[in-house]
Design a protein around this ligand. Structure first.
Ligand code: SAH
Length: 278
């Protein structure tokens, strides 16, 4: 396979921004410039680098994905940044979107639930000199309270509801952009603006498809507390009262993961949606 040179990548990147991002309606100069600056190939496994400037999501480690460039640009434009802000991202993944954000914001705080991904993203960002990005390994549905409040929050994974912790960590006037939907194939990209201490405005922006947002205030919490889980719980734990709560907890979490897999990948899609996807 031909090894692509740095200048070839630059040209492909330039073309992609024109064809897939500007042409589809993204007009923020700050966002377009940021997209032109970040070398997406550096965030991909070597064997996939040649596809860096196809406008598609691509697989990264741990069964996750690097988001489609157009969606990254669209979501960041929806945050309405002017430059110099403090931004929180949930779902660092490869670190690519965090790099784009850091070209605009003063500081980017990003949380990733997979340890190896968090480490790798931090290393890639450091190698490229993005020293205003701070990476945390943890459950992002809880946000990152130590640095709150944020001017903007962006979530790169979708769950059934909007985590309260994230709404709490917005400044007044701050914007949260997040995919919301009970099913992975049918999510709505939503912008929530905090207009007063306990008042929020919600706008629906687009139909999207993201990997699941797992965590305390994400999919796992909702499913493990659902009544529908009882038969699974019983099957896995039995009725034995000798199992202490401390021992039960991790096993309950596994039950949650199982259901996530079941719902996201095996549930039949409603005929209406199948029609629309064609
Ligand atoms: N912004 C990333 C996209 C990664 S995909 C990029 O540009 O590459 C979404 C990521 O969200 C995955 O890596 C997944 O592990 C992560 N994720 C899902 N639930 C999470 C949670 N509760 N906290 C933190 N990260 C989470």
């Amino acid at each position: 396979m031909e090894k692509l040179s740095k200048s070839k990548f630059s040209r492909l990147r330039e073309e992609m921004v024109e064809r897939a991002i500007f042409a589809r309606g993204v007009r923020s100069e700050l966002v377009l410039r940021a997209m032109r600056n970040v070398p997406r190939e550096s965030f991909l496994p070597t064997r996939l680098r040649e596809f860096a400037y196809d406008d598609t999501a691509l697989p990264i480690e741990e069964g996750q994905t690097i988001s489609q460039p157009y969606i990254v640009a669209f979501m960041i434009e929806a945050l309405a940044l002017r430059g110099g802000e403090k931004v929180l991202e949930i779902g660092a993944g490869s670190g690519y979107a965090a790099a784009v954000l850091s070209e605009i914001a003063a500081d980017v705080y990003t949380v990733e639930r997979h340890g190896p991904l968090a480490e790798k993203a931090a290393a890639t960002l450091a190698d490229l000199g993005y020293d205003n990005v701070h990476v945390l390994h943890g459950d992002g549905t809880r946000g990152w309270p130590a640095h709150a409040p944020y001017d903007a929050i962006i979530v790169a994974a979708g769950g059934p509801t909007i985590p309260e912790s994230l709404k709490d960590q917005l400044k007044i006037g701050g914007r949260l952009v997040i995919p919301v939907g009970a099913h992975q194939r049918v999510q709505e990209l939503v912008r929530v603006t905090r207009i007063a201490q306990s008042e929020y405005r919600r706008e629906d922006l687009a139909d999207v498809q993201f990997v699941p947002l797992l965590g305390e205030e994400g999919i796992r919490a909702r499913l493990t507390s659902a009544a529908s889980l009882r038969p699974f719980r019983r099957a896995m734990l039995g009725k034995s009262s000798r199992v202490s709560w401390r021992e039960k907890r991790p096993r309950l979490a596994e039950v949650g993961e199982f259901l996530v897999t079941y719902r996201d990948y095996r549930c039949p899609v409603q005929p209406k949606n199948r029609e629309r996807n064609r």
